[in-house]
Design a protein around this ligand. Structure first.
Ligand SMILES: Nc1ncnc2c1ncn2[C@@H]1O[C@H](COP(=O)(O)OP(=O)(O)OP(=O)(O)O)[C@@H](O)[C@H]1O
Ligand SMILES: [Mg+2]
Length: 372
């Protein structure tokens, strides 16, 4: 257990149906009602605390992702009505779209406990065995970055997911014996930013895969407006739209930009966020009108100015911008591809005409034209 990186029990509050009043605008920091009154969200000093505060708690409170919400609602309600634990759920999508939030919501909606760990923490099968054997019936086990789990742990997980049973090896060498261990039925929720890296057998054992998509500006505007209310800052509707449209389709970025714009508004005026303050602050923090940040633009520049628009391999691009290939691949590329700026080809990454135009350059003749 010593090497389990992040192990914690989160006991969700009762489902709204099971309690007298439920205020959806209440801060979502998971504290009891009394503590909620005592700890106002605005008094949180750490930014990480704020991120926790901003997590929606229930499916009803979760903004956007209508397809995933509807599908998950069916899966959870169906299982609840039949009195069984729901199928295992895989949440897949780029960082910051709400995978961890959704895992917490699943436990909340089921009214059960959430046990959290992550793939890199499950180095040995024993680490996983310890987690699994501690689960109570109906618990939700959340494994973040499940694609980074070590092979022996993954193989143990196959049997646990399918039969709620594992074989624990005791001893070493010829004297080693395998002891079968029954597990309480549980629901595994796995999250991954790289579903392509999951092995076939693991992917097949999930009964439902939720593909989280980038958010549209309308939904992100709701995210910004909700967050502003929770952290207690006043914001004009057009300023909320401005922040939302520059958030790369990602709620985590929307919340982060809101906090930066708030800093700007507090330092430069009375703290109220209007459109002018939002625009000025986003210039200061290097976020352009498409929402691309410094790293996104560095990737485009390396691709276009360094390699004539490609094709170029992702590791070459990563070296050029001083980042890990996985960061370029998992953080920058999904949005640049969706924004129609780069395309992934068998020979490497290629800049589209939109990317050339975005950097203020004339695209070479004959380049594939995409809508800008
Ligand atoms: N639908 C939503 N409505 C409002 N806020 C959201 C929503 N989804 C995510 N957020 C906010 O975005 C932040 C990031 O979400 P979360 O941590 O769940 O992302 P993630 O997909 O797990 O990211 P990573 O892959 O980096 O772990 C949360 O703190 C939460 O406040
Ligand atoms: Mg997460």
């Amino acid at each position: 257990m010593a090497s389990v990186e992040k192990t914690e029990f989160v006991v969700p509050e009762p489902h709204p149906q099971n309690r007298a009043t439920h205020d959806p605008s209440a801060p979502a920091h998971g504290l009891g009602r009394d503590a909620e009154a005592a700890v106002d969200a605005r008094q949180h000093s750490g930014e990480n605390d704020i991120e926790t505060t901003l997590r929606p708690r229930s499916l009803g409170e979760f903004i956007g992702q209508p397809k995933v919400r509807d599908q998950l609602n069916l899966v959870l309600t169906g299982a609840k009505n039949r009195g069984v634990t729901p199928d295992h759920v895989l949440l897949s999508g780029p960082p910051g779209l709400g995978k961890t939030t959704m895992a917490m919501i699943i436990a909340y909606e089921l009214g059960t406990s959430l046990r959290m760990t992550s793939g890199p923490a499950l180095e040995r099968a024993g680490d996983l065995a310890a987690m699994l054997s501690n689960l109570m019936e109906g618990d939700v086990l959340f494994i973040d970055e499940i694609h980074r789990m070590a092979r022996p742990a993954e193989e143990m997980l196959y049997m646990a997911m399918e039969d709620f049973r594992i074989d624990v090896i005791v001893g070493k060498g010829p004297g080693a014996t395998s002891i079968p261990l029954e597990l309480a039925p549980f629901t595994l929720v796995g999250a991954t930013t790289r579903s392509g890296m999951l092995t076939g057998p693991l992917r097949d054992r999930f009964g439902f895969t939720a593909q989280m998509e980038f958010y549209n500006t309308e939904d992100l505007t709701k995210v910004v407006t909700r967050a502003a209310k929770i952290i207690g800052v006043s914001i004009d509707p057009d300023a909320a739209v401005e922040i939302a449209s520059r958030s790369r389709g990602t709620p985590r970025i929307a919340n982060r930009l809101l906090r930066r714009v708030r800093d700007y508004a507090e330092v430069n005026s009375n703290g109220h966020i209007d459109l002018a303050a939002a625009q000025a602050a986003l210039v200061v923090f290097d976020v352009d009108e498409m929402g691309l940040d410094r790293l996104d633009r560095a990737v485009l520049e390396a691709l276009i100015k360094g390699h004539g628009g490609g094709p170029v391999g992702v590791s070459t691009l990563a070296v050029a911008v001083g980042e890990e290939p996985s960061t370029v691949e998992e953080v920058c590329e999904p949005y640049l591809v969706r924004a129609g700026m780069i395309s992934r080809t068998g020979r490497g990454r290629v800049a589209t005409a939109a990317a050339w135009l975005h950097l203020g350059l004339e695209p070479p003749a004959g380049i594939m034209n995409t809508l800008y």
